[in-house]
Design a protein around this ligand. Structure first.
Ligand code: NDP
Length: 253
């Protein structure tokens, strides 16, 4: 039987956009099982902050770029769901990711493999592994990037992986519709997080460049994204499916 409290699985929920997503879902009464890669201290902070919002968040370690760990992760998810009194979950947010900056001329095969493992293979196979645990009528949000629409030199490999995720998302929507599951892509503009060594947040020139190229006149903040994802997952947006939704304040329109 479906659990009354909705449950989300959010990868990379310990920092940045994933953290904002977990906390805004908590504000909406949604519990989360979220992942971190190596920084358990930040993950524990999110657990405590979600509790302050009156929701339960459970942190699990996961390297989304290493599929050999997925079987054990699924068992850990089942155990986490059991502590929430559930056997299944409702929302999957594939958010975890790392940055990459290199020109096409100098990008190596190893760099490409690393990006592929985290940004495509991991998302594809983790979604596949989790689908048997997702309730019919569930929702998937995959995080892409504004860089699939506009281009900056040095972002080719990263952006191409994100482009692949946008195509995958449409196919997820197509194939999972029969289970009532909708899938959408959220494509953030440049957001001031730890991403890229905190470049958008901490490098004044980059921050100014982003602001100058954004219709709303500033770089994005995590709180520009998490509430939007929580809203997209709410019943009010139940008919949005197979879409790429850019959330950038109007960057490079
Ligand atoms: P952050 O660097 O702030 O946070 C990254 C999160 O992902 C952390 O929770 C981190 O865990 C986790 N993570 C990193 N590597 C792995 C891995 N191999 N396996 C599992 N988890 C991992 O990034 P953002 O919040 O800024 O980015 C989130 C997503 O948004 C990414 O997919 C990114 O590509 C995308 N994006 C970001 C933009 C931006 O400007 N910030 C713009 C457009 C898209 P831990 O703390 O343990 O390392």
């Amino acid at each position: 039987m479906a659990n009354e409290t909705k449950i989300a699985i959010v990868t990379g929920g310990s920092r940045g956009l994933g953290r904002s997503t977990v906390l805004n879902l908590a504000r909406s009464g949604v519990s989360s099982v979220f992942t971190y890669h190596s920084n358990s201290a930040e993950a524990e902070k999110v657990v405590a902050l979600a509790r302050e919002e009156g929701a339960t968040a459970i942190a699990l370690p996961l390297d989304t770029g290493d599929v050999s760990g997925f079987a054990a992760f699924i068992e850990a998810v089942k155990a986490a769901l059991a502590t929430l009194g559930a056997e299944r979950f409702d929302y999957l947010v594939n958010n975890a990711g790392t940055s990459h900056h290199n020109a096409i001329a100098t990008t190596t095969a190893e760099e490409l493999d690393g990006l592929y493992n985290i940004h495509f293979k991991g998302v594809f196979l983790l979604t596949q592994a989790l689908l048997p645990l997702m309730n019919d009528g569930g929702r998937i949000v995959n995080i892409s990037s504004g860089l699939t629409r506009f281009s900056f030199p040095g972002s080719a490999a990263y952006a191409a992986m994100k482009g692949a995720i946008e195509v995958l998302t449409r196919y997820l929507a197509r194939e999972l519709g029969e289970r009532g599951i909708a899938a959408n892509t959220v494509a953030p503009g440049a957001i001031a997080t730890d991403f890229s060594g905190g470049m958008v947040r901490d490098n004044p020139e980059v921050n100014r460049m982003v602001a100058d190229n954004t219709a709303l006149g500033r770089a994005g903040e995590p709180e520009d994204i998490g509430p939007m994802i929580a809203a997209l997952l709410s019943p009010a947006n139940r008919w949005v499916n197979g879409q790429r939704i850019e959330v950038s304040g109007g960057m490079l329109l």
